[in-house]
Structure formats: C-alpha cells, structure tokens
Design a protein around this ligand. Structure first.
Ligand SMILES: [Zn+2]
Length: 425
C-alpha cells in the first residue's frame, strides 16, 4: 500500500511516479512513454529471512546506511555528519558505480571513524581482517605458530566505560613491560595483533575485551600452551589488580591454538563463531560488527540500530558514552615490527584511507550538486544504489527524472564514458 506519492519533473516525458510504501520502501513507476514503459522497480526495505548470502550482505549494507542516516543529527562530529553526503570530487559530481553487482558512490566524503560510523567501520574492519589474514598466512609460511587469546575482566553495571576501557588498556600495556611476562615473551617469541572490542549487557554493563592473535616462534606443544596461558593469566590478573580490577580464571584468559590439520585453507583459520557457524579466524578477530550478541549483550552497532528503530534515549546515552570512551583509541594494533615483517610489501594505511578506498566498477551516472541535494532531501541515497543494481542506467534515469531536472545529472555510457547531452539517456 502506498502512503505517499511524488511526481517529479524532468525529462519531458511526464507520468512517472515515485511511490512510497508503508514499510518505507520506494517504488518507481515508469510512464508509458518513459524508459521503463510500464515496468516497476521495487525496492525491498525489510530484511527478510531465508535470503541468500549475497542478499544478506546487501541488507546489511542497507541497514548500515540507514543507521548512519538515523544517527546523523546525534553524531559526535561534523565529519561523521558529512559521511556519505558531502561532495568532495574535483568536478563536484557524485558518481554512481556498480562493481560486481554492488552499487556505490564515488566522490563523497567518508568519515573513517571506526568506532562511530556503521558504514566506515564495516569497510575498515573488512580491510583490516584481510590484512590480518595475509599477515597470519605469512606467519604460518615462516613456520611461526598462532594462538588466539581473549582477555576479559570482571565488571558491573556501575562501571563507566571510559574507566574500564582505560584501565584495561593500562593493564595490557603494563603487562608488556612486566619483567616476568617479558621473559615469557622472549622465550616463546610472543608478538601480538590486538583487537579492542566492547559490548554491553543488561546485567553487568559495559564489557570491554581484547582479542589477540598471538604469534609464537613455533607451534606450541600442549604443555607449552598451558605454560603460556598460565603466564598470561598471572600477568593479566596481577596488572588488573594493580588498577583495582580483576578477572575470572576461566573466561578471563582463554588461549585457543590455530593449527594446521588439513592445510592452509582450514587453519586459515576456522574457529567457532557466535552463531555456531565456522568463520575464518581473521574475520573472527576483527569483524565485531558481524557478531550478534547473546543473552541480551549488544555490540555498539546493534545499540545504534536499536536507537534508530525505537528512539530510546537510553540507547543514545550508551552510544554517546561509547563514542566518548573510544575517541582517539586504536581498534587494532600490531606488536612493533610484526606487520613490517609479515606484510613487508604493503603500505601502511590509516582507517581514513581504508574507508575512502575506491572500489572501482563501472560508472553509470554522474549526479550534480543540486540533484544530489534533492536525493539527500528525499532520503533516496540508498534507493539510488539499489536502482543502479537492479535497473541499471535505465532504472537510474527513470528514478532521477522524478528527483531533479535532467540537466542536473547525466548517464555515462560504457564505451565512451562521456557526457550525453540532452535527455540524459
Ligand atoms: Zn563514515
């Protein structure tokens, strides 16, 4: 059922309509004389069950874009508010591209705020997990061993995240200059890729924890693993105690080997995911945004989604506390020299650079500043990408004719990739 309707000008063909459905979706109806004839481009909104993986990925992307949009007015910085909106290309045009069936924009600002922005965070984490995967592959090729470790601490509802996170970080830093732990590090050649993560539970509040990939000189025996785990436990619990915190022996320090049983593909690296599915370990380490919380535990992306869905100000307060506590902190760090050794040929890239990475693909359309402003005003930024994916140039033309005069945008043809004057076709 349609709850709203616009008929936008442009193209001189008239009759095409943009229909807003009750569920927030949009349908584009072409006129008889229009490029789509009577065809209908339907844009799904709700995440549906039973969809394939590709569709799930697209749904997640849509969800992230909608969450970013929903947080915009509450976001912590101007940079975040401009993410995916502000045009930065030299020709002041926004390009609509499709790469392997997935639409995206080029020429827009990206904020690169890994703790804040659902869209940038997903991209940065994806790139970082690939980096980890390449690094761990190189480590295994060099004969190093790899262990996975989670460091947690005990906390309760009254703890502020800023304090917990800061103290946990302090304890972890102090461990690495602790004399006996340094001896353990030297003996087993321990080096780390550390990923910081935070979830929130209704009973015990904020739960900051560290996931570590521990690189060792060689594959550990069971006895050696027990020794390393014991060493970790002693150092971690001692340093936590010094900052007024503690941990439980069981979940506080957990070491899991990543060993080769059937070759590279399997050890690279399967560990059980939260949902019982097997996930590559590198993905497990970095993609906090893909994990779904258990027993009421939510990750910040889920809190953000809940806030956008419900407007619950308690969730907004949690997000604001989280943004403040994580500001300026690194999501992932590598021990000194480890990355340079394992990924010697790679250039170090910042989060901002990863978020802004160009994804390539074919340019279908260029949208000028005024037309882009209309796309934003009508909240169509996600829909434009979906139309590009499903309807190609013709679909985009039909949509944009409803949005802005057709001299405010133009299609780019595959061969000439050049301006097509006139009707935009
Ligand atoms: Zn962003």
């Amino acid at each position: 059922m349609c709850t709203g309707m616009w008929t936008a000008g442009g193209g001189g063909q008239g009759g095409a309509q943009l229909l807003e459905r009750e569920d927030g979706g949009v349908e584009v109806l072409g006129s008889e004389a229009g490029p789509l004839g009577n065809s209908l481009v339907t844009l799904p909104v709700q995440v549906r069950g039973g969809v394939d993986l590709e569709q799930q990925a697209l749904n997640r992307r849509r969800r992230r874009a909608l969450t970013r949009a929903g947080l915009r007015d509450r976001g912590p910085s101007k940079r975040f508010r401009g993410c995916g909106r502000t045009i930065i290309s030299t020709d002041a045009m926004v390009e609509v591209k499709v790469a392997e069936g997935v639409g995206h924009y080029c020429g827009l600002m990206t904020c690169g705020l890994v703790w804040v922005c659902p869209v940038c965070s997903a991209k940065i984490r994806h790139e970082r997990s690939r980096e980890v995967e390449r690094g761990l592959t190189a480590a295994l090729d060099l004969g190093y061993g790899i262990e996975f470790l989670t460091l947690t601490l005990r906390h309760h509802l009254g703890h502020r995240l800023r304090d917990l996170f800061g103290l946990a970080q302090k304890a972890w830093a102090a461990m690495r200059v602790d004399k006996s732990f340094r001896a353990l590090m030297a003996r087993f050649g321990l080096r780390f890729i550390t990923v910081r993560e935070v979830t929130y539970g209704p009973v015990n509040g904020w739960h900051p924890h560290f996931h570590l990939a521990v690189v060792t000189w060689g594959v550990l025996t069971d006895a050696e693993r027990a020794e390393v785990e014991e060493g970790f436990w002693r150092a971690w619990s001692h340093q936590l105690e010094r900052v007024g915190l503690d941990a439980e022996r069981g979940p506080g320090v957990l070491l899991k080997p990543c060993t080769s049983t059937d070759g590279l593909a399997s050890y690279l690296c399967k560990v059980g995911g939260d949902d019982g599915q097997m996930k590559p370990a590198a993905m497990e380490l970095v993609r906090a945004d893909l994990k779904r919380g258990k027993s009421g535990h939510r990750n910040p992306e889920e809190i953000a989604e809940d806030f956008v869905d419900t407007g619950d100000l308690a969730d907004l307060a949690l997000l604001q506390e989280y943004w403040a506590a994580t500001k300026g902190r690194q999501m992932m760090t590598w021990s000194n020299g480890l990355k340079a050794e394992l990924l010697a040929d790679e250039v170090e890239r910042t989060d901002e650079e990863l978020a802004a990475l160009e994804r390539g693909g074919e340019v279908l359309m260029k949208i000028g500043r005024r037309a882009w402003g209309r796309v934003l005003d009508l909240d169509l930024a996600v829909h434009v990408l979906e139309v590009a994916e499903q309807g190609g140039r013709e679909g985009l033309v039909a949509l944009m004719r409803l949005v802005a005069p057709d001299d405010w945008w133009y299609t780019v043809q595959p061969a000439e990739a050049a301006l097509n004057e006139g009707g935009g076709l």
